[in-house]
Design a protein around this ligand. Structure first.
Ligand SMILES: C[S@@+](CC[C@H](N)C(=O)[O-])C[C@H]1O[C@@H](n2cnc3c(N)ncnc32)[C@H](O)[C@@H]1O
Length: 216
């Protein structure tokens, strides 16, 4: 899978996406991460990427032209098979585990990070497949949203997790499902004890307890 992030802050991604599970995923030859600096496609000598909003109002709005040029340079467009272009947006569709599973099956995922007051609406209307929000709150930029999306998609790729069983019965696999609580050694700490059933060795009873303790 190739993931491309279009951003004004390429530095933002270097460390987090090189670490742990996601870092290991991108070290595999079948996965590629590309970070595209939107500023390169800015207009004029100052490489402008934003301007004042029509109709007035606070802040600056990211322009269509640099984003369209960035997409063209990557060679992606909306409505292509096995490819999706996302615009991060506080007013987009809610991103869920179901969405992560859908994106995990793509060959190309392109994520545009908004900034300032937002992005000229014509980007959402004409250039992207989906506008997504990662929660009901406002971030200062789409970079933190892109990180979450990349992490949640890459851990679903085959061979990325040490034990693929980790992907069975995870929280949010179905709407409202939350995985059962987990415990590890020691059995008792500060008088806080692990539920006895987990120490019983009775796999049937443990499975029953886990089903009862997960929420749906
Ligand atoms: C300060 S926000 C703009 C908020 C916008 N004025 C509004 O009220 O909806 C700047 C950028 O951060 C990103 N962003 C903010 N909240 C987000 C969220 N919940 N999910 C995904 N991206 C978000 C988007 O790319 C957005 O263009």
């Amino acid at each position: 899978m190739t993931i491309t992030i279009i951003t004004l802050f390429p530095e933002y991604f270097k460390k987090p996406l090189s670490l742990s599970i996601v870092g290991r995923a991108f070290a595999q030859p079948e996965h590629t991460l590309k970070i595209v600096d939107l500023r390169q496609f800015g207009i004029g000598t100052h490489q402008r990427v934003d301007d004042t909003p029509y109709g007035g109002g606070a802040g600056m709005v990211m322009m269509v032209e640099p984003i369209e040029k960035a997409l063209r340079s990557i060679g992606v467009a909306k409505n292509q098979e096995k490819s999706s272009i996302l615009l991060t947006s506080a007013k987009g569709e809610r991103y869920t585990q179901k969405t992560a599973r859908e994106y995990a099956g793509l060959e190309y995922l392109t994520i545009i990070c908004g900034h300032y007051e937002g992005v000229d609406e014509r980007v959402a209307e004409h250039l992207v497949d989906q506008e997504v929000r990662i929660g009901d709150f406002v971030l200062s930029g789409g970079e933190a949203a892109a990180l979450s999306i990349v992490d949640s998609v890459m851990r679903l790729q085959e061979g990325v997790l040490g034990n693929p069983e980790s992907l069975n019965q995870e929280s949010h696999d179905t709407s409202g499902f939350l995985a059962a609580p987990q415990y590890t050694k020691p059995e008792t700490y500060n008088n806080w004890s692990v539920p006895k059933v987990l120490l019983s060795g009775n796999h049937g009873k443990i499975a029953e307890w886990r089903i009862k303790s997960s929420s749906d």
